[in-house]
Ligand binder design. Structure first.
Ligand SMILES: [Zn+2]
Length: 562
């Protein structure tokens, strides 16, 4: 009898494309108790916060793999296994010889001086040359290298600020970032640069060993004011400098499992399973004593359990018109590294990917706020979601294909995406994001909703991909103008790499393309994203700005009308 009703409902559903209560895949197939078991394990202290590349990451991956094996999924990682490994640089450390002597007096590393994170390793000996502020800007008739004679030595001493400090209103402002100064010094023959700051109103450069940058070609160190005043005396100053730096890399692992239904297209269902560990590499919002274990029950044991639950439900599905690829990403908290690696080194043909469903924090449903379903602007076939309703869940829709989690990596390879998110909360990125605070019943309902959506989409063939506007990220500085690019936040080289270009905006009109590296905007030398943001802040509507990009080996000069 039950079956007859279901067949009848099925016909009605097909005929009228009714999506609610057409729960054909598996009514009440998601068990809140199973979710609870998975999440309690994944967010337990014994996994130490699942930091990328850690033993806790390994234990979590092992748990997920055992689940996939038990439901008969095929491994789709490297070399016939479930894991896909990737390397990422998380900073630098001293390695080898590090010393500095000034007129034969030894300076102490880290207390008297330190290397900057883009310094090359190497050693140099010679006489110090004073290159003032290290500004080379013919446009404003400023050249601090004019009086320098390279025969007298090529180790340059440079003030970190400008003749009138670090004010954004200073005419020197576009020339102040360190990397631009170093590039000018190198062009003028420097073999090493020693930075100092004797201006009371300017800030010392920070020692940032937690971020790896591609090194410039010469050693660059900063000497603090007291050491400078103590040792850098006399007319001739002899320097012996040795800098030894090494990048710190870790290896993270995505877990990838496949359900082959013999279909032409494949749906990706994913969520990251890494979290912040003991805050070894930053990202914690915890204030106060110690670095407790960041258990990440909501972020994102909830999504990880969600992928396992959907895999279990969909592995029993008959006559599906898609194959399913279940991916648990690592490296998300370090900057979407695992998903980006997968998108660039996919273990299936990416042209067969139909759409991607992502879950990041789906465990704290709150009936007042509801949740968010993001990415619906990425395909017209998602339009039915605009009118879809549910008795028990409410949500608001997000159009954008980009946001601070893994679906962005798939949007960038032109795959339609949907993202599920129950919202941020007071325990976000804190050691208190624990399993006892989750709403398991609602998470199960969210997953059942996802199953209904997947079921509806199974009847729509291959979806059409559409571009969306960039997401309005909250908390970012506001600018008077917009260039219309998606910056590559993980790029480690000189310049700003463009990860995507929005249609119809300034960058697209100027001819900027995905993959271009912006190295100059107006007077600003764009050494990194921070200088790019400064440059953007100086532009007003109606300005025409010359932008120089590197495209492969070529440099292109483009004109951007804001
Ligand atoms: Zn997350």
């Amino acid at each position: 009898m039950k079956n007859k009703i279901r067949i009848f409902l099925f016909v009605i559903c097909i005929a009228f494309e009714i999506f609610i209560s057409c729960n054909l895949v598996s009514a009440q197939s998601i068990s809140p108790d199973e979710l609870k078991k998975d999440i309690y394990f994944l967010s337990s202290d014994s996994l130490n916060g699942r930091q990328t590349g850690s033993a806790g990451e390994y234990l979590a991956a092992d748990y997920v793999i055992r689940k996939y094996k038990s439901i008969g999924l095929k491994p789709m990682g490297d070399n016939g296994g479930f894991l896909q490994s990737f390397e990422t640089n998380i900073g630098i450390k001293y390695s080898g010889e590090n010393y500095m002597s000034v007129n034969r007096a030894m300076l102490k590393p880290d207390s008297d001086y330190y290397a900057l994170n883009f310094s090359a390793s190497g050693n140099v000996t010679g006489e110090l040359q004073i290159a003032q502020y290290g500004i080379y800007a013919p446009q404003i008739e400023m050249n601090d290298y004019e009086k320098i004679n390279k025969e007298d030595g090529t180790i340059f001493l440079i003030e970190s600020s400008s003749p009138d400090g670090e004010s954004p209103h200073s005419k020197y402002y576009p020339y102040l970032d360190f990397q631009s100064k170093i590039q000018s010094a190198i062009k003028n023959g420097a073999t090493a640069v020693i930075l100092i700051n004797t201006h009371a109103d300017a800030e010392d450069p920070a020692k940032i060993f937690s971020k790896y940058l591609t090194p410039v070609s010469i050693p660059v160190v900063f000497v603090n004011k007291s050491a400078y005043e103590k040792y850098f005396t006399g007319k001739k100053i002899l320097i012996q400098l040795s800098v030894g730096l090494e990048k710190i890399s870790i290896t993270g692992h995505n877990v990838i499992a496949y359900k082959d239904n013999g279909a032409k297209t494949t749906v990706v269902i994913g969520a990251h399973y890494d979290h912040l560990g003991h805050n070894e590499y930053g990202g914690s919002l915890h204030k106060g004593e110690g670095n407790g274990i960041h258990n990440g029950a909501d972020d994102n044991a909830s999504g990880t359990a969600g992928v396992i639950a959907l895999a279990t439900a969909l592995s029993n599905q008959k006559n599906a018109s898609n194959n399913y690829l279940f991916i648990n990403f690592s490296g998300e908290e370090l900057g979407l590294i695992g998903s980006k690696y997968f998108a660039e080194h996919s273990t299936v043909d990416t042209s067969t990917l139909n759409y991607m469903i992502n879950m990041d924090m789906i465990g704290r449903y709150n009936s007042e706020k509801g949740m968010e379903i993001g990415g619906i602007g990425t395909s017209p076939q998602f339009d039915f979601l605009r009118t879809m309703k549910d008795d028990s869940l409410k949500w608001k829709l997000g159009e954008s294909g980009t946001g601070p989690t893994d679906f962005t990596s798939f949007y960038h390879i032109n795959v339609p995406v949907l993202n599920f998110f129950t919202g941020t909360h007071e325990d976000y990125h804190k050691p208190t994001d624990d399993a006892d605070k989750l709403n398991y019943k609602k998470e199960a309902e969210i997953l059942e909703l996802e199953l209904r959506i997947i079921d509806s989409l199974n009847r729509k063939g291959k979806l059409t991909f559409t571009r969306t506007k960039e997401s309005e990220s909250t908390g970012a500085p506001t600018y008077k103008v917009k260039l219309g690019i998606i910056p590559d936040y993980m790029y480690e080289g000189f310049g700003l790499r463009v990860d995507g270009v929005s249609d119809g905006l300034v960058a697209a009109n100027a001819g900027i393309q995905k993959g271009d590296i912006i190295i100059k905007m107006g007077d600003f030398t764009i050494s990194d994203i921070h200088v790019y943001m400064k440059a953007l802040g100086s532009i007003t509507k109606g300005d025409t700005v010359i932008i120089i990009v590197k495209r492969g080996e070529e440099e292109k000069k483009l004109s951007a009308n804001f």
